[in-house]
Every structure is written in C-alpha cells, then in structure tokens.
Design a protein around this ligand. Structure first.
Ligand code: GAL
Length: 783
C-alpha cells in the first residue's frame, strides 16, 4: 500500500508542476518570509510602514505556543494569553502572473482576521477554522513591491480548547485566466456504483471576469493513480456571459471502478480542461474516490456494501510544542501511528481540519466526520453566529466535498439549544441541516448531543451522535427505531448508567458499541492528548490513548486489542501512587504502569497485574515460573487480572490461540540508566523548509532494557541545514514554555522535532543528556 500512496503522491506533484509550467493555473506556496509583531497599530496596514524590526517568521505560525504560561489566562487556552498580532509580507508579482487574476488563499487564520493589500482592506473573517480567499487583482502593482498585511485578534472569546493564534495553516498565491474554474469549483459525486461501472457526475463552476461573452468547451476525463485516462473524454459547450458565473454538469462512465476503501484507498483524479476555441485556458485536477456508504438504523454503517464498525477517535488539531501550526508531516506521522493502531475513523473536533489532513485521510484510508461548529448561539461564536454561519458552513462544504474519506457533515457539538424546551433547538438544527442538504446532498448530516438533551432535538439530523450516552442510546433505539445512531464521544474506560453517568462501571463503553449492530461506531474522547481544557498545573487534556508525542500509553492496550486483528498481549500494573496527570474524573483510568521497577518496600506485596489481549488465553511467567494460564473470555474487557507478589526480574505474558503461542510481551526490571536509545523516524527529509524528522529518546540500562523510572534533562541544539522545532515528553504539566530546547524525559522518554530548511544539506542534531558527558549526534539529510 505504501507504494500506492507514493505513486499517487508523485503523480499529484507532477501534475501540479505541469500546469504550473504551462502557467495556465498557478498555485504557489506563500508560507515564507513573513514578518510578525505582537502589537497593534493602525499604520501596520499601510504600504509604507517599515516592518524591518519585526520578527521574520515562516507559516504555519502560532505565536501563542511560545509564550509564558499564566494561570490568569485560564485553562481552556492552556494558560496562554489572548492578544492581537500582525503579519506583513512584501512581494513582487512574477512575470508569469501577467494578465491573470490573482488571489490569496489562507487555509486558516485564528481568528478575527482583517486582510489588507497595499493598504486596501479586503475583508474581515471572524471564524478561525475556515479557508479564506481574497481577489488581489485590482489592487496589485505589476512592477512595484506589494504588501499584504494581516491583523489577527484572539481577544474577546476563544474556544473551550487551545486554538492558538495566528496564520496557522498554509497560505497560497493563486493565478488563473480571467475565464476560469472558481476555487473549489468542481463537485464530483458517484451516485451509482457497481463492480462493473460507476457513474461519475461532475459539476464545474466557471467564472467569466472579462467584458466579453465567452464560448467555452469543457472536457472531463478521469485519470487513475498512474495518471492514465480511464474514461472517454466528455466535452460540452457553454456560453458564459461577461462577469457571469455558471455551473455545468457532465456525466462520465467509469468501467470496473477500483473502489476506495480503508485497506486500499484507491484515488482517481478528474481532469477538467476549459478551452476557448482551440486554446486551453484552464486545467483543474480534482482528486476523488469511488465508494458507496450507508447509515442504517438497524445495521449501522456500511462501506461499499460491507458493514464496518467505526473505530473512531475525536481529535483536536494541535501537536504539542508545535501548537496549532502543525506541519503536514506531523499530521502524517500521527495518522500513520493511528492506522497501525487500528483506528479507522476520525471525528474532527470541533472544526474543519486543514485540507492536507483530509488529503491524508483520503490517501491512507480513514473515515472522517467533518465538523463545522462546537456551540451555536452560546460560547465564543455566539456573537458571530447569525451573520456568519452560512458562510462558514458553506466553506466547509465547498472546500471538502470531494474527499471520499468524509461520510458525515457535523453541524455542531453539544449545543446549548439541545437542552432548550422550546422549539429553538429543533428549528436551528433543521435550518442548518437543510442548508447542508441543499448544498451537498450526497452525505448525511449529524450532530453530537450531550447529556440531558431533548429527545425531539436528537430526532432532527439524519444520523445522531450521542456523547457518552450509550445507556440512553440503547433505550432510545427502542423508542425511535428509525434513527441512525453513533457514539460521537466515548469515555475511554468507565461507562455509566442512564441518568447516572458517574456510576463508574468498569465495563468499557466499546463493549456496547461492539455488541450492537445498530450503533455505527464510537469515537473516543480523545484519541490523543491536546492542549487546553486544562486544570493547572496541567496545560492540556491528559486522558487520550496517545500522548502529545504520539507515544502509546499503557491504557491504550484495550482498544488495540479490540480494534487491531494482529494478535497481541500487553502487561500493565495498577499503581495508584504513579505520578501522572489525572485530568477530569469521568475520562480517567486507574493508574497503570508498564514497568516492573517498584521500590524495595513493594517486594512481596501482592500487586494487581493486568494482561490485555485479543488472544484466546494468556500464560504469565514471573522469573521463568508459570503463574498460570487464564482464558480471556472469563474476564471483562479482554483484560485478565493476575495477582502477583512483586519480585523484581522478568514478567512475560504469552498469548495463545489454541495451543499456538501467537504473541508475547515482557517487562524487565531495569538497572540504572546508562544510555539512551535515539530513534529518528526519518534520516532523510525534503529540503522544502517544512518537512520534519521526529527523534524519539528512550532511556535504557546497560542491558538495553527500557528505563521508565528515571528521568534525565535533555538539551537539544541543531547545526547545519535544519531547525529545532520542539521537544515534548508527553507530560502536560509542563512548567517551562513550549519554546525551550531543554526538557526532562517523562517515563524515560522524550520526542525532539526538527525541520528542514529550504537548502539541500545535512543537519547535526546534538542531544545532551544529563549524566552523560558525551552528547549524541544525529545526522538528518535534506534532499
Ligand atoms: C465533551 C465535549 C468535548 C470535551 C469533552 C471533555 O462534553 O464535547 O469537547 O470538552 O467533553 O471535557
């Protein structure tokens, strides 16, 4: 599969370059050489303002993440302050842009942005998660320098989680002919699919910004992953009056379509070519996939006719010390790890993600719930809701509608209106759903309802998500058998009775999802730790299955056992004395250590040891002596409980199917730290100024065994062609700012992130570990 992903990637890159070379349609990255100041003055918008003393920054950029924590700023934004900052970029228009319409496309500015070009105000956009495009053409100087200035304001209300501050996603400069396909102006659906044939519908939106009527020929063909045409070319003529915008619908027939699915996420591209006479005036390529899916009130979710459980995670978008300015490779690594783990679905909480994230979900085979809003008329968006909801929702639908990974549009999470006894909630949900249906009828609408919501409210959307209400869902399914259900937020460990979610029943809620066909799936809150929603001294939400380094926690063994068919067994020891960040009670787990290094006074103490497995039975050996064999089916949650007197040495768990040992896992009492295992995920990266290498650090003893009960200070510096981006250790109770290059390991681990420059070369990453006199040097090459 890796090879297929590579072929698709190479193809996309070649194709993009081809149209750029032809200069028909240009989309160039505009991330570099911006200036930034954390201050606010009206003259920053003017052309002549001298910004030379400002910092030079590269996008994606999050100014918040490098700031000092302040308890007064509140836990929702990770104790980081609100503020107003400005960005400026001075640039010349390259000659190959001559005669074209030119626009700037921001994929995310958090939040309340004002954009100016050469002193002219182009617009204000309050919402911080949508893409924003402005036409620059009338205001640009062809021969002189031009200045874009962007004011970003995070004061006056922020979300309930950390959303950062700044131009935190990519920015693009686009150029196209005056007669062109609009941005996101292709809409591809496949309403009829069989193994023999798929009907591919495409609606193309074209704009004529000349003062003459144009007669155009629009041709479409589908290319496979190798770039080979696999359909007949379909051509149609269209007369487009001056200054008009028009849609054209075409239908192509694709024989023996290769279906997009989770194991083999086959992608196609639609190549749309517009000609005026014999001259090509636009080429637009749209990646898409062919698949069918269904939500059914009895059978849950099916993809291409096959019932599938959505093994989902809710994810916020930040990545530890990168804040929300997450480089694409960081997301890619995250998704690679989740894919291997067995997760097959992502709920983007609670906003639309970056376009690149969705491209990755398409290429790697994840199901996605794309979510527009958290609250509606309560919370930080309240003051903007009436004026902006349509535009923001429209942006999500237009921008994201061709991604095969997306199967649901979510119009909101835990909205206050859900509790409302009046008709307001139902009316608002109906209004938003109708808007989505009208714009993008090929996918159903959902929303996530919270505890205590009105029954009539959860009856509005095509599919209803319940947050933590599995018990109520079972009852509601009886009352409303026509409704399609999924668990939009699921506690990772405890479940609760209806009306008393705090009964802390240690029966994992996934059991309920797994054992009822009608439930489409469940989305764990949250898959990965995130910043914000914190209680001091924590700076984030610590109850994910993965920490912010994407290290799998011992507690993640249960869902691995349930979600991943590969035979596995893991050992964890219940140890309430462990110094870990608890987070809120409902989302907690009993403290679990995945080591066998307890203090001397534990010796002989009978300890609760758990083996979580998907094997039929497990044998436990302590210092080579069998402590028995147990059948998994005799224990809840696929977790066998052992009581073992603590004896340092070696614990080995062997997983058996029948009499065959199919998995094993061991914990060894480690000696003192003598060394560190340093593992870069990649030693060769792209010299594009964006690519990353993640270097994992693991303390080890003289026998090479993992040490988890010692921590050392790590200091990082980078020389040569590369940049230091951050060091994280998974502990959100971080005292220093996220900006530092020094951190102690946590459970013996840390993660360093380094980034390429735009020059080919080698960087030397110097890693100094407290207690070791000789630093480690890791070489990463950029090509
Ligand atoms: C849910 C909410 C999430 C998150 C979670 C943990 O109720 O939808 O956004 O806040 O609780 O507190």
């Amino acid at each position: 599969m890796k090879q297929k992903i590579l072929v698709t990637l190479v193809l996309i890159i070649c194709v993009t370059n081809l149209s750029a070379q032809n200069n028909i349609r240009i989309k160039e990255n505009f991330d570099f050489d911006w200036r930034f100041t954390l201050s606010d003055r009206p003259e920053y918008a003017t052309v002549d303002y001298n910004d030379k003393t400002w910092d030079t920054v590269q996008l994606p950029h999050d100014w918040n993440i490098q700031q000092e924590f302040d308890i007064k700023c509140g836990g929702s934004a990770a104790y980081l302050p609100e503020g107003i900052g400005w960005y400026r970029k001075t640039f010349k228009i390259p000659s190959h842009y001559n005669g074209k319409k030119i626009s700037i496309l921001f994929d995310g500015i958090f939040q309340q942005s004002d954009v100016y070009v050469n002193g002219k105000h182009l617009g204000f956009r309050p919402y911080g998660f949508c893409s924003i495009e402005y036409d620059l053409t009338p205001y640009l100087n062809a021969d002189k320098e031009n200045v874009i200035a962007v004011r970003v304001n995070t004061t006056g209300g922020r979300p309930r989680w950390y959303a950062g501050a700044g131009i935190y996603r990519h920015v693009w400069l686009q150029a196209f002919n005056p007669v062109h396909i609009t941005t996101y102006g292709t809409y591809i659906t496949t309403p009829s699919v069989s193994t023999d044939k798929a009907e591919v519908h495409i609606v193309t939106t074209m704009k004529n910004s000349t003062d003459k009527t144009q007669t155009l020929t629009i041709s479409q063909q589908v290319l496979d992953a190798r770039g080979k045409a696999v359909t007949q070319n379909d051509s149609k003529k269209l007369t487009l009056p001056s200054q008009d915008t028009s849609d054209l619908k075409q239908i192509l027939s694709l024989n023996h379509p290769q279906l997009w699915n989770l194991e083999n996420p086959q992608m196609y591209q639609m190549e749309t070519i517009i000609r005026a006479g014999s001259k090509i005036i636009d080429i637009y390529r749209t990646p898409f996939g062919v698949r069918t899916f269904k939500f059914d009130p009895k059978q849950g979710f099916s993809l291409n006719g096959k019932q599938i459980k959505l093994k989902g995670m809710c994810l916020h978008q930040d990545a530890g010390s990168m804040g929300v300015a997450v480089p694409d490779r960081s997301y890619e690594r995250r998704l690679e790890i989740l894919k291997e783990y067995g997760c097959n679905a992502i709920r983007c909480a609670h906003n639309q993600p970056s376009p690149e994230f969705l491209d990755m979900c398409d290429r790697m085979g994840f199901i996605v719930i794309d979510e527009a809003f958290d609250k509606w008329k309560s919370g930080y968006y309240e003051k903007y809701f009436d004026e902006w909801w349509q535009k923001d929702l429209e942006n999500m639908l237009l921008r994201d509608r061709n991604h095969p990974s997306i199967v649901l549009w979510s119009i909101g999470n835990e909205v206050q209106e859900a509790w409302d006894n009046s008709t307001t909630g139902v009316e608002r949900a109906t209004m938003l759903q109708a808007f989505v249906h009208q714009y993008e009828p090929s996918r159903p609408v959902t929303l996530a309802a919270q505890n205590g919501h009105q029954a009539k409210f959860s009856g509005v959307t095509d599919v209803i998500g319940y947050n933590y209400l599995e018990a109520r869902m079972l009852n509601d399914h009886q009352k409303y058998p026509e409704r399609c259900f999924l668990v939009s937020e699921e506690l990772p460990y405890f479940s609760g009775e209806e009306g008393n979610i705090r009964s802390y029943t240690p029966y994992n809620p996934w059991n309920i999802v797994a054992s009822h066909d009608f439930i489409a799936g469940g989305f764990i809150w949250s898959g990965v730790d995130y910043l914000g929603e914190a209680g001091w001294p924590s700076k984030g939400w610590p109850n994910g299955l993965f920490d912010i380094c994407m290290f799998e926690k011992p507690r993640a063994a249960y869902h691995r056992a349930m979600w991943n068919p590969d035979p596995m067994v893991r050992i964890a020891i219940i140890d309430p004395s462990l110094d870990i960040d608890h987070g809120r009670d409902l989302w907690q787990w009993p403290n679990m250590a995945a080591h066998w290094n307890f203090p001397e006074h534990y010796r002989g103490l009978v300890m609760e040891v758990r083996t979580t497995t998907n094997c039929e039975k497990v044998e436990m050996l302590m210092n080579d002596k069998s402590m028995g064999i147990h059948k998994t089916e005799n224990f809840p949650n696929n977790t066998i409980i052992w009581y073992l007197p603590y004896t340092p040495g070696k614990l080995v768990a062997k997983g058996f199917n029948g009499d065959t040992e199919v998995a094993n896992y061991q914990l060894v009492t480690s000696k003192e730290t003598t060394n560190a295992l340093i593992t870069p995920d990649r030693t060769e990266i792209k010299a594009d100024g964006q690519d990353l290498s993640h270097i994992a650090i693991q303390l080890i003893d003289s026998d090479g065994n993992r040490v988890q009960t010692d921590d050392r200070k790590i200091t990082v510096s980078v020389e040569g062609e590369g940049k230091f981006r951050g060091i994280d250790n998974g502990d959100l109770r971080r005292k220093r700012t996220f900006a530092g290059n020094q951190l102690r390991t946590y459970f013996g681990t840390a993660l360093i992130t380094v980034q390429s420059t735009r020059k080919v070369g080698t960087m030397q990453v110097k890693i100094e570990m407290e207690g070791n006199s000789v630093p480690y040097i890791v070489e990463i090459r950029s090509k």
